[in-house]
Write a protein that binds this ligand. Sequence first.
Ligand code: ZN
Length: 395
Amino acid sequence: MVIHKAFRFKLKPTREQEPQFWRYAGASRWVWNELLAYRQQVYGETGQAPSLKEQMARLTVLKGEADTTWLREIHSQVLQEPLKHLADAFGRFFKGISGFPNFKSKRRTTPSFSYPQSVQVHENQVYLPKIGWVRFRKSREVVGLIKRATVSHKASGWYVSILCEVEVADPALPHIAHETTVGIDLGLIDFLTPSEGEPIPAPRLLRRLEKKLAQAQRALARCQRGSTRYQKQARKVARLHERVANARRDFLHKLSSALVAENQGIFAEDLSVKGLARTRLAKSVHDAGWGEFLRQLEYKCAWQGKLFHQVDRFFPSSKLHWEQADSTPCGHLNTLSLSDRVFVCQGCGELVGRDRNAARNIKRQGLFDVLAAGQTDSLNARGLEIRPVSAGALE
Ligand SMILES: [Zn+2]
């Protein structure tokens, strides 16, 4: 089995290299915008998008023009990468995953450029063709075959992200049973509530940084646009943004790794089930990093040969009371509002913790789905009684 691993390091460019980084990033953005415009023009005229070959030809024409001679000092593969990114962006658009690809403005785009190959790593230096060897702060060993390297600029400097292909042994099938799996409910107050064990809140450091960021953003809104104070405040916001992103990434990675290490299978909800995508909560859902967290669980489970499964989007995990104090199923479908953290079951009168109840329902449904799909026979062997929570319980 081949898996992909990403390594990210802080670069230490020399005084000669940094202006080159800016030129490379600028050229990548320029190619993206030019080719997006070209694509739209051809589409407008013919009703069909130009092929990758036609776009390559267009790029060659652009490089030959008198006022674009500066393009020739950029490595040709770096200039071709935006074409692939553009094709990917349109692919995601047609699948309904993201919006129509936008032009990249200088102000609002992270400056970056990519190499598809020919990048080498030797000790604490990375070789970027045509730029040369660039030193970086080495925090871990790079393993595998380098497939792509992206250099990008953040508030605290330049970073390189190296994507590698690694060959690993096919993992054994996981042993899926009640005791070896966990259901998780993601929330805004407690980040994660498991079906068994303590809820996990977002770390205090992260919450404190988020609060600071919000304050800094409000202060920025009060500043006169373009003034010195505005620029100073904008830099402060950018730095805080990065610190929040780092703290969140760190938290999500540690939590997802621990969860995958401790369980053979993880069941979660399809995020659209939360029905929050189009409400005022959408921003906090995005900021909470749920999507990223589930993505990490999915690939970490895949790496380790464990099961990750998301239960159906229309499954009423928080409203359905699944277990009474004496462990007998209740199955009453309650009506409750989003703000109810605890509710009294209208069926049996028991006090139910919303998140814990949801996590247990998710686990129960997940185990049922797996059993129904015949993905494992260990469930049968254990004689677990798993019934679907959908059909009968849903009115
Ligand atoms: Zn009940």
